[in-house]
Design a protein around this ligand. Structure first.
Ligand SMILES: Nc1ncnc2c1ncn2[C@@H]1O[C@H](COP(=O)(O)OP(=O)(O)OP(=O)(O)O)[C@@H](O)[C@H]1O
Ligand SMILES: [Mg+2]
Length: 417
C-alpha cells in the first residue's frame, strides 16, 4: 500500500510539516517541534507502514512509560481500528512496558528509558524516541542505538527541544549533507489546527526563551542565538536565480579553518536569495578560485550574470591572490554588530508574511551555522559578542549582504530582476 493510500485509509491528513517528515527516506529522522505540533501523531503514522509491509519489531521509548504512550496508543488504535489488524498477544507490566503482537507477527512495544538495562537484548526494526530531549544521552548511546544495528533499523527522534542538550547535536547531524540523517524543525503554529489565540496567550504570558523553546521549537539557553529569527521551515527554500539575475559573492578566508563563499542575489523587491555555498578547509587560494570560477561559469551558462564579490577586508594578501586567480573582489564592510543587525533585518517577514532572505537547502553549512551561532555570556564594553568559531559561512553571508546594501556600489550590479 502506498503511503498516501495508507494515510487516506487511516483518515490521516498530515499538515505540511508532517508531510515533509513522511516524505524523507532518511534512516535517522530528527523532528524538533513546539508543543502540539503533531509530533506524536506524525511519528506513529510514519512507522505504521513498516508494521504492515513485513514482520517487524518496533519500540516507542520515552523518558517514562507515560510519555511514550500517546504514540503507542495512536498506532495501536489505528492498526486495530481502521486497518483491522488482529492482536494475537498483549503484554502489560505496570510501570515499564506495554506491548502488542499482531496476527501478522509484527510487534510494537512501549518502553521507559528509566531502566535502560532492561532495553538490552532485543533487535528491532524501528525505534521512536518520544520526548527525546528528556531522555538521558547515555540511555540512547549505550543501550538503544545498538538495538538498531543487526536489522539496520530506523530511528525517529521526536521532541520539543530542551536547552542546548545532546538532542541539538543529533539535530545538527541531520542538517549536514548526509543521506542517512535528516532533521526538521517546526513551531507549534506550523500545525494549522492550533488556534492562533492560544499561541498569542502563551506568547504574552511566558518568559521569552521558554516560549521560543516550547512553542517556537527553538534551541534556546542561557546564551542566546545570534539569529533567533532564522527558522528552517521559513527560511530554507529552493531559490535558484532566474536568467538575468545578478549573482554576488561573499567570501571569508581560511586555511585550517574553512574558506567560505556564498552566492546570493536580490530580486526587484529587495528580497535576498542565498542559493549556493562553497565551504572547504586545507586548500589553496588557487583551488578555491578554480571552484568559484567553475560555478560562475555554470551560472553564466544559465544566463545568470556575474556581479561583485565582497571579501574579508582584513585578508588583503588573500584577496589579491584570489583576484589574480580570476575572482576579482572588493573589501567588504566588516563591522560585526551592524552586519548582524542587517542580516537579522533581512530575515524578518515582510508585509506578505514571507521573509526577506531565504537560503537554498544545498547551503548546509550556512544553515547549520545559522542555527548554532550563539552569543558569549561575557560581554565586552556592554556589547554581547558571538562565540567565535562556527561562523565562516555566516561571515561570508554578512559580507555579501553588507555589499548588497552599500548603495554607493548599487549601479555596478546592473539591472536586477
Ligand atoms: N494531521 C493532523 N490531523 C488532525 N489532527 C492533528 C494532526 N496533527 C496533529 N493533530 C492534532 O493536534 C494535537 C496534537 O497532536 P500530537 O499529540 O501528535 O502533538 P505533539 O506535538 O506530540 O504534542 P505534545 O507536545 O503534547 O506531545 C492532537 O489533538 C492531534 O490530534
Ligand atoms: Mg507528543
Amino acid at each position: 500500500m502506498t503511503r498516501s493510500a495508507l494515510f487516506t485509509r487511516l483518515d490521516y491528513d498530515p499538515h505540511q510539516g508532517q508531510l515533509r517528515l513522511h516524505e524523507s527516506d532518511a534512516r535517522f529522522k530528527v523532528l524538533i517541534a513546539g508543543a502540539r505540533f503533531g509530533k506524536s501523531l506524525a511519528s506513529s503514522h510514519d512507522v505504521l507502514r513498516d508494521l504492515l509491509s513485513r514482520e517487524v519489531r518496533g519500540w516507542f521509548v520515552g523518558p517514562t512509560l507515560a510519555l511514550a504512550e500517546p504514540e503507542y496508543d495512536y498506532l495501536v488504535q489505528h492498526a486495530r481500528g481502521r486497518l483491522g489488524l488482529e492482536a494475537s498477544r498483549e503484554d502489560y507490566s505496570a510501570r515499564a512496558h506495554r506491548g502488542l503482537t499482531f496476527a501478522n507477527g509484527s510487534e510494537v512495544h512501549c518502553l521507559s528509558a528509566l531502566q535502560p538495562q532492561s532495553l538490552l537484548g532485543r533487535e528491532i526494526d524501528w525505534l521512536v524516541l518520544c520526548e527525546a530531549a528528556h531522555i538521558a544521552r547515555d540511555a540512547y548511546e549505550r543501550f538503544l542505538r545498538g538495538r538498531l544495528v543487526s536489522r539496520e533499523g530506523r530511528l525517529i527522534v521526536a521532541t520539543t527541544p530542551r536547552g542546548h542538550n545532546w538532542i541539538e547535536e543529533l539535530y545538527q547531524r541531520g542538517l549536514q549533507a548526509c543521506d542517512a540523517w535528516n532533521s526538521f524543525r517546526y513551531a507549534t503554529w506550523d500545525n494549522p489546527r492550533v488556534l492562533p489565540a492560544e499561541i498569542e496567550e502563551a506568547r504574552r504570558t511566558l518568559p521569552g526563551p521558554i516560549f521560543d523553546e516550547q512553542f517556537g521549537g527553538a534551541f534556546t539557553g542561557a546564551s542566546g542565538r545570534v539569529y533567533p529569527e532564522f527558522e528552517p521551515a521559513r527560511h530554507v527554500l529552493a531559490c535558484d536565480p532566474p536568467a538575468g539575475a545578478v549573482s554576488l559573492r561573499g567570501i571569508d578566508f581560511g586555511f585550517t579553518q574553512p574558506f567560505a563563499c556564498v552566492w546570493l542575489c536580490v530580486d526587484h523587491d529587495g528580497r535576498i536569495s542565498v542559493f549556493d555555498e562553497y565551504f572547504r578547509s586545507g586548500a589553496t587560494v588557487l583551488d578555491h578560485a578554480r571552484e568559484i570560477v567553475r560555478r560562475d561559469e555554470a551560472l553564466a551558462a544559465r544566463g545568470v550574470l556575474r556581479g561583485a564579490s565582497f571579501a574579508d577586508p582584513a585578508a588583503r594578501a588573500e584577496r589579491e591572490a584570489l583576484a589574480q586567480c580570476g575572482v576579482p573582489n572588493g573589501p567588504a564592510e566588516n563591522a560585526l554588530l551592524p552586519g548582524i543587525s542587517r542580516v537579522r533585518q533581512a530575515l524578518l517577514p515582510r508585509a506578505d508574511g514571507r521573509p526577506g532572505l531565504v537560503v537554498h537547502p544545498r547551503c548546509v553549512n550556512l544553515i547549520r551555522e545559522f542555527e548554532g551561532y550563539i552569543y558569549e555570556e561575557l560581554t565586552r564594553a556592554g556589547e554581547p559578542l558571538p562565540v567565535k568559531g562556527d561562523d565562516h559561512a555566516l561571515d561570508a553571508l554578512r559580507y555579501g549582504v553588507m555589499g548588497l546594501c552599500s548603495r554607493a556600489d548599487w549601479r555596478k550590479f546592473g539591472v536586477l530582476w
